[in-house]
Design a protein around this ligand. Structure first.
Ligand SMILES: *[C@@H]1O[C@H](CO)[C@@H](O)[C@H](O)[C@H]1NC(C)=O
Ligand SMILES: *[C@@H]1O[C@H](CO)[C@@H](O)[C@H](O)[C@H]1NC(C)=O
Ligand SMILES: *[C@@H]1O[C@H](CO)[C@@H](O)[C@H](O)[C@H]1NC(C)=O
Length: 483
């Protein structure tokens, strides 16, 4: 077969996946605005006068005070009111990567994206301000999850949890270092002083993570598991943190670190994984872009692409009949957005180098086909799917109305100023009414393997939004808005 024939073969495969995308004509700009606005709904702490999502009010204003540390701020991860710093840091890393890669396409939304990042980095500066300690979480997750309460009148224990030299947590620390380093690059042209502060802290936090190695599972297991248990180990976060520090500093120390340790990823079967726990595919794509010398990353990044493409003999994901990527585990949309983001990012150096990837069986991945798969996923989210519904709250005519989210499902303080206690929220949780507050821009876990969606508040695996679903989507939407 000639190369052209093979390209045509792949072209047909890509069209099959894109079947339902035929009606696609989406307002990516509107979706971008909303995807960033969502982060305002997840804010913890004292809200600024510029807050646009006004049904949310101040909350958790004394976090850390019981031990004399100011830990006010940051984000609630999802539909609950705990501040889980491990996935929070990953979300900030991905927001920063979205801006670094596609910020020039964000227009007036760039300012809001920067605010969303800074809401995270201001908090991480607090969470890393005491030498020898890194705060990993605020809020007792069991107390929190047993209640259905608005963040504004939360009365469950706001216990702060930290890792230390004696009780290390290299995954959470190195991910915070990655977030600070990536964000320092975002702010460099805008606010040099702030950028330098972030970078200095990133280096310190990385050194701590690398010197005192261990998983936060071992000391904080009862509080971080099963919610954000570290299943895949901390070695990937150390490499990921070093890669971002290399990108931010260009210091040989970090490139040497990456080159010395990247081989440990080589044999891992996780090359196709990317999310808050497993960074492998993201590391390979970033390293293959940054470090030109011999590393297994280029091969692994290409294998990642082949693991995703439909009809590829090494595909390790499934697609629903309607064309959505499906991987096992809850909150599927987090994988859809994170994997699509990587495809889009990886298409750019391929395109520049005029390179294609051979996946076997005459399947050839062109840069355009990577972009096409990413676009088909974004279009599915926005409504090009068998139910003709958008999975982003407030976007399109039909979208999830009963999302698993405490703040969204309970009346706003401005409508109902009286305290609603732990048990008092139960009637709102089990009500069949639509949520009273629109958490605009929130993307939920999404449909099942058959493209169906129940819109049920109880069914958190499908109806809960998370910050790490939205963070990579911000970059994808910015790109498609201008292409
Ligand atoms: C963390 O705990 C989970 C659940 O017990 C376990 O599956 C995982 O291997 C542990 N991870 C590490 C790095 O110890
Ligand atoms: C979705 O839209 C298409 C095209 O307009 C239509 O044929 C189909 O019946 C719709 N499906 C549902 C479930 O509304
Ligand atoms: C909500 O709807 C379900 C199914 O129709 C029903 O079984 C349940 O009793 C309803 N709940 C309330 C609080 O009305």
């Amino acid at each position: 077969m000639s190369l052209l024939q093979r390209l045509l073969v792949f072209g047909v495969a890509a069209m099959a996946v894109g079947l339902v995308a035929r009606v696609a004509s989406h307002d990516y700009g509107d979706a971008l605005t909303k995807s960033i606005l969502f982060f305002e709904g997840q804010r913890s702490g004292k809200l600024p006068p510029t807050q646009r999502m006004t049904w949310r009010k101040d909350s958790a204003l004394r976090d850390g005070f019981e031990i004399g540390v100011d830990l006010v701020g940051g984000y609630y991860d999802a539909g609950d009111n705990v501040k889980f710093n491990f996935p929070m840091a990953f979300s900030i890393t991905m927001l920063a990567w979205s801006v670094l890669e596609f910020g020039q396409s964000m227009g007036s939304d760039l300012q809001h994206a920067l605010e969303a990042i800074q809401w995270g980095t201001d908090y991480f500066l607090k969470a890393t301000s005491i030498p020898g300690f890194i705060f990993a979480q605020v809020g007792d997750p069991n107390g929190d999850h047993n209640c259905w309460e608005r963040p504004e009148d939360m009365d469950t224990p706001r216990t702060p949890y930290a890792v230390s030299k004696q009780f290390p947590g290299s995954e959470v620390s190195a991910e915070i270092a990655a977030a600070l380093a990536a964000s320092s690059m975002v702010f460099r042209p805008i606010n040099r002083e702030y950028s330098a502060r972030l970078l200095k802290r990133a280096r310190m936090v990385f050194e701590f993570a690398d010197t005192y190695r261990g998983s936060y599972n071992d000391s904080l297991g009862p509080w971080v598991c099963p919610f954000y248990c570290d299943y895949s180990g901390y070695e990937d976060e150390l490499l990921w943190g070093a890669t971002w520090l290399f990108r931010a500093t260009r210091a040989p120390y970090y490139s040497n670190y990456v080159l010395d340790n990247i081989n440990s990823l080589e044999k891992s079967s996780s090359y196709a994984e990317f999310g808050w726990d497993t960074k492998h595919a993201g590391i390979n794509i970033l390293v293959s872009k940054l470090i030109k010398s011999q590393t297994p990353s280029v091969i692994n990044a290409d294998m990642f692409v082949c693991s995703l493409l439909p009809n590829s003999p090494t595909a390790s994901v499934s697609y629903t009949p309607g064309g959505l990527i499906i991987k096992p585990g809850g909150s599927n949309m987090q994988r859809v957005t994170a994997l699509s983001f990587l495809l889009l990012v990886h298409s750019r150096p391929l395109s520049k180098a005029n390179r294609v990837i051979y996946c076997g069986d005459d399947i050839v991945a062109t840069p355009a086909s990577l972009v096409q798969v990413a676009r088909s996923q974004v279009d599915y989210i926005l409504g090009s799917n068998p139910l003709n519904m958008s999975y982003m709250v407030g976007y399109g005519k039909k979208f999830p109305e009963m999302i698993h989210h405490r703040g969204s499902s309970l009346p706003s303080i401005s409508q109902h100023p009286q305290h609603i206690d732990c048990g008092g929220g139960g009637t709102y949780f089990s009500s069949n009414n639509s949520n009273p507050n629109l958490l605009t821009g929130a993307v939920v876990g999404g449909p099942n393997v058959k493209d169906s969606y129940d819109d049920s508040r109880v069914d958190f695996e499908h109806s809960e939004p998370t910050t790490y679903i939205n963070a990579p989507l911000v970059g994808l939407l910015a790109y498609f808005k201008s292409h």
